[in-house]
Design a protein around this ligand. Structure first.
Ligand code: FE
Ligand code: FE
Ligand code: FE
Ligand code: ZN
Length: 207
């Protein structure tokens, strides 16, 4: 048995009210712990993405897709710094905790890249994998933002909202790229052009 006095032992009567207050602070503490854990999780995830996105860039063919990934890599680096800013505001040491979900999403992306032919199909796979990643981030930052508001951390909530909006923009951009470049007709035209070329070694077209 713990020797710590429960709040209800501190005074006569009012025990129901004290119990309620204790439960309330338990929830506040629990939510704050959950919030900080989730921050450590997304901190790990963002850092993992600074390594995963360049791999996708190397495997992508469409210039639009490479440009979108290149831009989001830069954004992601600033997001890592922004999470560090959040830790600083909270007075919590910036610490990464492995995010099994992001690890899995990145792995799934790698599997897709391995199992597809370079070009339009692999690009479609990269976009699909990237959008799953963005959706995970959107869900995470949406929750973090809501938690920050509940915990009365308005400056933190504002920073998290900035990142949330960037993730939504990245998702929209990927949808645009998919519409513009994942197209069977265009792919077939490219193929016909390749066949019409009389020069040998068509592989030389590859950048
Ligand atoms: Fe991100
Ligand atoms: Fe996670
Ligand atoms: Fe899956
Ligand atoms: Zn992202």
């Amino acid at each position: 048995m713990k020797s710590v006095k429960s709040p209800s032992q501190n005074g006569a009567g009012n025990s129901a009210k004290s119990k309620k207050a204790a439960a309330k602070s338990d929830v506040a503490t629990g939510l704050r712990d959950l919030f900080e854990d989730s921050l450590k999780d997304i901190y790990w995830a963002e850092k993992a993405l600074t390594k995963a996105i360049p791999k996708m860039m190397k495997k992508a063919t469409s210039e639009e897709l490479v440009a979108a990934l290149t831009e989001h890599l830069e954004v992601t680096k600033t997001q890592v710094a922004r999470v560090e800013e959040v830790f600083a505001l909270l007075g919590v040491k910036a610490q990464a905790k492995k995010c099994p979900a992001m690890e899995g999403l990145v792995k799934e992306g790698e599997e897709i890249m391995e199992s597809t032919e370079e070009g339009v199909v692999r690009d479609a796979g990269i976009i699909a994998a990237s959008q799953k990643i963005e959706h995970y981030e959107i869900a995470t930052y949406g929750t973090l933002c809501a938690f920050a508001k509940i915990l009365n951390e308005s400056d933190v909530a504002e920073l998290l909202l900035e990142t949330l909006n960037e993730e939504k923009q990245a998702d929209d951009k990927l949808s645009e790229v998919a519409e513009a470049s994942i197209n069977i007709e265009a792919a077939n035209e490219d193929l016909e052009e390749e066949e019409e070329e009389t020069t040998p070694a068509p592989k030389a077209r590859k950048k």
